[in-house]
Ligand binder design. Structure first.
Ligand code: PEP
Ligand code: MG
Length: 760
């Protein structure tokens, strides 16, 4: 492809991405493609999957009346051929091809050259992009590459615009009726509550489109004007405050900012956009983006740098707009927290007793927000695209964490149906409660202690009530995430001591700070291209011994009264990390002894969650007291599937034969050295997986409190021998789905003998 074609391609994609409606996006595609390829007609066909037809959706060069009218059956014509073959078709004279199908509406007789490429997303053909020429023309290899690349990139943009457009349209059509949004299951459960929308503060790029009605226009304009006044006031105050410190020239910058703030181009553009139906935040984002683009394209480097000032100004205005918004939010009843990327710290915005469910447009079931919501027994749905914020804000929602569906403004019949399900769940939970005081042992009497994963003080009481035999994973980073600075040694020790005391004499495993990845501390920003492969967990701690030592001292000190502590290190990928950590732990211990605080030396274990650690199990086993398998990360790293990326969520599967075989190997080697192994990833809370782990000889399992009784029921329904047989059969199987069906079948059988309706 020539450079010019490449630039054009980029520009087309950019414009398509910015289009808010499907029709607009498609018109850009056909028009610009026709220009760049010097073609006589360009058209896009989409699959209408209800009628199994390919429908002409947009065209430049055909008679416009044909749009929406021309429809091919899937095996009809050259368009059908491209669609079925999922390959480009390039023909000098279409009329001579056996698949040629004549249609009158397009003035077909006058076109000869034909190049068609499929539009494919996630392995599925969505439609066909066709370029035509009146003369005989075989399009060049360059043309073909261009069109294939364009179609590949368009698939995402088109399905985005299609969804957004369809959603808005369906909402407008049936103004007061309900609609459904779908995402990925985050944490199971059903909840009904009012939507509370949160955004990352002052992030312009995170501001979604939001179409407002005519009666909201004035309110939004006023909000914008208030925000401008506030920013101006802020600048004036800053300027006065800095008067003695900055030079006059530097102080002049504040005046320049105020001028920019009041400039007609900024103010009028935003207000015009609001008047045309965009809310103030979206209008601001679009206007700032436009200005930034203009500045960025300037030759003069001084002017180019002004783009950063404009962005900064935009963020400040946005901050004030959002302040007005948040101050209006008051939580009284059950709410569904909903946002682009609901962060762990945003949990604290809503009192826990009012938090009914969580919806996040990013992430998947193994994201930390999902795990935390699971720990708290709060249903969550992740990876929900394109939700129309204004239509959802304040609306009643039914959130189904099992299926990942969300019902917005549900009809009474839906509410009744879900209320019934909620009641059924309550009954099931009540039945399961009968197991609380029963031992977690197999039918032939093998005891498998079940522990809980926690990290919040609020979580302690449900954990205790679940009948857990201790805490298998206390994620110490969670309290760190909820604050705006590192807690000191005494403050940490106080929290840890409360946890140890609540569970005493049961053991509590504190995992040292595991930040990085998707757990960024707001006050310790780490910006990386690949955070999950970057500065994370023990790597940060060893680079910052002052933070690590403070935490270790706090943990050791907290153990003085109850002596039920176990210490665990996350993200170990190399033996040297264990050696260095042990040195620091010994140092902290020695210091405390020297200070006269007679703390016991702790039992120390490590997490096996990075593949390299699996092949150093022998060396590691000689150094530590126990292992805990972090199956969430182990699955992500073994399968090379980002646990947060919904695009690849269907590939993330802890029953993948490689994951199961690795776990089996870890357990075997640990036992060779008589070291106990637990598993504390989400997998432990899945009854089917838990049975396999028992069969492999796992010594204990640690999971969200909400899963504990279901897992206990599964363990109590099988003999150890039976689980071993299942392992022997599954370890040679080739796919996760066949493994799951096998165990599901066994669980269904067990349910007949030992009835409790488990949804697995
Ligand atoms: C894991 O990776 O399985 C684990 C338990 O740790 P986290 O989910 O906190 O990364
Ligand atoms: Mg982990």
């Amino acid at each position: 492809m020539t450079n010019k074609m490449f630039d054009t391609l980029r520009n087309i994609i950019q414009d398509v991405n910015e289009a808010s409606e499907l029709e607009q996006a498609l018109n850009i595609v056909v028009h610009r493609t026709r220009q760049v390829m010097h073609a006589d007609a360009v058209s896009v066909y989409f699959l209408d999957d209800k009628n199994d037809q390919l429908v002409l959706m947009a065209s430049d060069g055909y008679n416009q009346k044909a749009v929406g009218k021309i429809k091919f059956n899937l095996n009809q014509g050259l368009v059908g051929l491209v669609f079925n073959q999922t390959e480009p078709v390039n023909i000098k004279n279409a009329h001579t091809h056996p698949n040629y199908h004549f249609v009158t509406e397009t003035d077909e007789i006058s076109f000869h050259g034909f190049l068609g490429v499929p539009i494919i997303q996630h392995r599925r053909a969505l439609g066909v992009l066709v370029v035509r020429q009146t003369q005989h023309r075989r399009f060049s290899a360059n043309d073909e590459t261009f069109l294939v690349t364009l179609a590949a990139q368009l698939a995402g943009a088109i399905s985005h615009a299609k969804k957004a457009g369809e959603l808005t349209k369906s909402l407008e059509d049936v103004n007061d009726s309900s609609f459904i949004m779908t995402g990925l299951c985050g944490s199971p459960g059903i909840a009904i509550g009012e939507a509370l929308v949160v955004f990352p503060p002052a992030s312009l790029s995170a501001v979604p489109d939001n179409h407002i009605s005519d009666d909201e226009v004035n309110e939004q304009i006023n909000a914008f004007n208030d925000a401008i006044n506030n920013v101006e006031h802020e600048f004036k105050e800053l300027s006065q405050h800095m008067a003695g410190t900055l030079s006059n020239e530097e102080l002049g910058l504040f005046d320049a900012f105020c001028l920019m703030l009041r400039s007609d181009t900024l103010v009028d553009n935003v207000i015009d956009r609001i008047k045309s139906g965009q809310w103030a935040q979206g209008a601001l984002r679009e206007t700032i983006d436009e200005h930034v683009k203009q500045f960025n394209s300037m030759e003069d480097s001084y002017l180019r740098e002004r783009a950063a000032d404009i962005k900064d100004l935009g963020r400040r205005i946005l901050m004030h707009l959002q302040k007005q918004q948040t101050s209006r939010q008051e939580v009284t009843g059950p709410v569904v927290l909903i946002g682009e990327e609901v962060s762990v710290s945003q949990f604290s915005e809503v009192p826990l007793q009012h938090l009914a469910a969580i919806i996040s447009s990013k992430g998947s079931a193994s994201s930390h927000v999902a795990i935390l919501s699971h720990a708290l027994g709060i249903p969550s749905v992740m990876g929900v695209d394109n939700f129309p914020v204004s239509r959802i804000k304040g609306q009643k929602l039914v959130v189904d964490g099992y299926s990942g569906q969300i019902y917005v403004k549900p009809k009474q019949a839906i509410i009744d149906e879900f209320n019934q399900l909620i009641n059924k769940e309550k009954t099931l939970n009540a039945e399961l409660k009968a197991l609380i005081n029963k031992p977690s042992e197999t039918k032939d009497g093998v005891h498998i202690p079940l522990y809980v994963n926690t990290g919040l003080l609020q979580d302690v009481s449900p954990s205790l009530k679940s009948g857990a035999e201790g805490v298998g994973l206390y994620r110490t980073e969670i309290p760190f995430l909820m604050r705006d600075g590192f807690p000191g040694e005494d403050e940490q020790a106080k929290t840890y001591q409360q946890v140890l005391k609540s569970f005493s004499p049961r053991p509590v495993t504190f995992r040292t700070l595991d930040i990085g990845g998707d757990k960024a501390l707001p006050y310790f920003p780490v910006v990386e291209a690949n955070p999950f492969l970057g500065w994370r967990g023990i790597r940060i701690m060893l680079d910052h011994p002052e933070i690590f030592l403070t935490q270790i001292r706090a943990i050791l000190k907290s153990n003085i009264y109850n002596n039920n502590l176990r210490l665990m290190l996350p993200m170990i990928s190399d033996v040297s990390e264990v050696d260095e950590s042990l040195k620091l732990i010994q140092k902290a211990h020695q210091e405390l002894i020297t200070e006269g605080i007679d703390v016991p030396y702790p039992i120390i274990g490590i997490m096996i969650e990075v593949p390299s650690a699996i092949y150093q199990m022998d060396a590691l086993a000689k150094r530590v007291d126990f292992f805990s398998i972090g199956s969430n990360d182990l699955t992500q790293y073994l399968l090379a599937v980002d646990r947060n990326n919904k695009q690849v969520a269907s590939l993330y599967n802890c029953l993948h034969p490689s994951v199961l075989n690795s776990i089996n190997y870890i357990i075997t080697i640990a036992h060779k050295y008589n070291k106990p192994v637990s598993l504390c990833g989400e997998m432990a809370g899945d009854p089917a997986s838990a049975l396999l782990l028992v069969g492999m000889g796992i010594d204990s399992l640690s999971m969200s409190a909400g899963s504990l009784l279901k897992v206990k029921w599964a363990i109590r329904s099988f003999t150890k021998k039976k689980t071993e047989e299942l392992v022997a059969r599954t370890l040679t199987m080739e796919s996760a789905s066949s493994i799951r069906s096998l165990i599901k079948h066994e669980l269904n059988q067990a349910e007949l003998d030992n009835p409790i309706s488990i949804d697995n």
